[in-house]
Design a protein around this ligand. Structure first.
Ligand SMILES: [Zn+2]
Length: 254
């Protein structure tokens, strides 16, 4: 009884499994072979595709063979899931084959990207691009130099390092000359000193990179430069701007 039972069970279990096991790879191999033939045929000439007969996607003109082969490999799936990608620059007289191939490649790479390509403006920018750094944050001549000095010819525009509100503008007689404070609303303020002329006033809202004034040598200054400071938490709590800016993607040589 026991023997019979086990034998029967084995037979019942084995038979369908074996059949399924055998059937699966052979079908897959056949598909692979057909796919390979189609791909090779496309690469050599468009005729082979017609010979196989079961190519559903129409192949109008010869394009980049590799791109077309890839598309063919995906055709079954993608054709059903989404409408065929329409070439955006479909002009009746296509200029050159290379241009159309480039357009196709562009469309192929752009198509699966769900993200928007609109680049957001960087939150922080360097206040004076291309300037020579003449002094970093740190002890200098026995006192703390609480900012970074950027040097370019006098009159060079100075840019807001980030968006914010102007909370102080003018010459307070404190040695900073014509200076501007911007409150960035996130616990940080930036300070721009020794300007020859200011372009903003208290209460102005500025965006990152907006011109707030022009480089000069007002106040206690030995020559035209921008003295730039970052204040944390409150006014006059200066921190080293270099690591602060570096953490925001701006590398200053300090
Ligand atoms: Zn300075």
């Amino acid at each position: 009884m026991q023997e019979e039972d086990s034998t029967t069970q084995n037979d019942q279990r084995d038979d369908p499994r074996v059949i399924r096991h055998r059937a699966r790879p052979s079908r897959r191999i056949r598909l692979l072979v057909v796919g390979a033939v189609a791909v090779v045929g496309l690469g050599v000439a468009g005729v082979a595709v017609a010979a196989t007969g079961d190519e559903p996607a129409p192949t109008p003109v010869s394009v980049d063979a590799q791109a077309r082969a890839e598309a063919t490999a995906r055709a079954d799936r993608s054709a059903r899931e989404s409408p065929a990608p329409v070439t955006p620059s479909a002009s009746p007289a296509s200029p050159t084959p290379s241009a159309s191939a480039a357009a196709t490649a562009k469309a192929t790479t752009a198509a699966p990207k769900p993200k928007k390509t609109v680049k957001a403006k960087p939150a922080w920018v360097i206040p004076m691009k291309g300037a020579q750094i003449t002094s970093c944050f740190g002890q200098r001549w026995g006192t703390l130099h609480a900012g970074i000095d950027f040097a370019l010819p006098a009159g060079t525009p100075i840019h807001a390092a980030a968006a914010g509100t102007v909370v102080k503008a003018g010459d307070a007689g404190d040695g900073y000359g014509n200076s501007v404070f911007i409150d960035h609303g996130n616990g940080y303020l930036t300070h721009y000193a020794h300007q020859s002329r200011l372009a903003v006033a208290v209460g102005d809202k500025v965006s990152a990179g907006e011109v707030i004034g022009y480089e000069g040598s007002t106040g206690d200054s030995t020559g035209p430069h921008l003295h730039f400071e970052v204040h944390q938490g409150q006014m006059w709590n200066q921190i080293d701007p270099a690591p602060f800016l570096r953490a925001r993607g701006i590398d200053v040589a300090c």
